[in-house]
Design a protein around this ligand. Structure first.
Ligand SMILES: CC(C)(COP(=O)(O)OP(=O)(O)OC[C@H]1O[C@@H](n2cnc3c(N)ncnc32)[C@H](O)[C@@H]1OP(=O)(O)O)[C@@H](O)C(=O)NCCC(=O)NCCS
Length: 163
């Protein structure tokens, strides 16, 4: 699938390539949002998919411009549920943000979830000011706040669950 996004010719693909891993690490680091332990988790999910292939619980949609990864979304069915899915990670290269790539990645993941029989899609983030743009993004693309878990992450750091 190809789509023009500004000066980028965007390709969305489901296959995760070995060569995507260093690019995923670069994007996750360069957006400046994630701590080292969070970056390690993002790469763990990537490695799980690369190692187990279709047997992995983690699925990916990659947004690429040629051989350059400009964003990705990692999602999967939540264990012990019938039709509930989690968006585990969605990141767009800071240099390519605000050009509709995040919206396209999420829509692509939702299409695949629907095709697989999924009915509910959850995504969570922190209520810290740093994540205000992330919360605006989810609200803008059609999610609403399902619940707030007070001080879930740390004192004064709630978890906001969107549906
Ligand atoms: C959240 C993120 C994935 C959005 O990707 P993106 O490609 O920049 O988003 P889009 O261009 O598709 O934006 C879609 C809508 O979200 C809103 N939005 C996106 N970024 C925003 C920002 N920084 N501030 C306010 N609203 C924003 C806009 O209203 C936009 O709609 P519009 O273009 O019609 O105005 C991206 O900003 C990102 O990687 N952030 C850092 C990592 C992160 O927080 N990931 C989520 C937790 S894992």
């Amino acid at each position: 699938m190809g789509a023009e996004t500004g000066t980028l010719t965007l390709q969305l693909r489901d296959e995760l390539l070995r060569s995507d891993r260093p690019q995923i690490e670069r994007i996750v680091r360069s957006c400046g949002y994630f701590r080292e332990d969070e970056i390690a988790v993002a790469l763990e999910l990537t490695d799980d998919r690369l190692t187990k292939g279709a047997m992995s619980d983690y699925r990916f949609v990659i947004a690429a411009h040629g051989d350059q990864v400009v964003g990705y979304c990692c999602y999967g069915r939540i264990p012990c549920t019938v039709h509930s899915y989690d968006i585990y990670w969605i990141v767009v290269d800071p240099e390519a943000q605000r050009s509709g790539i995040g919206r396209k990645l999420l829509a692509a993941a939702e299409d695949r979830i629907r095709a697989a029989g999924g009915a509910r899609v959850y995504v969570e983030t922190s209520n810290r000011p740093q994540y205000e743009s992330t919360r605006k993004f989810y609200l803008r693309v059609g999610y609403s706040v399902e619940c707030v878990l007070r001080e879930f992450y740390a004192p004064n750091d709630d978890k906001v669950v969107f549906l």
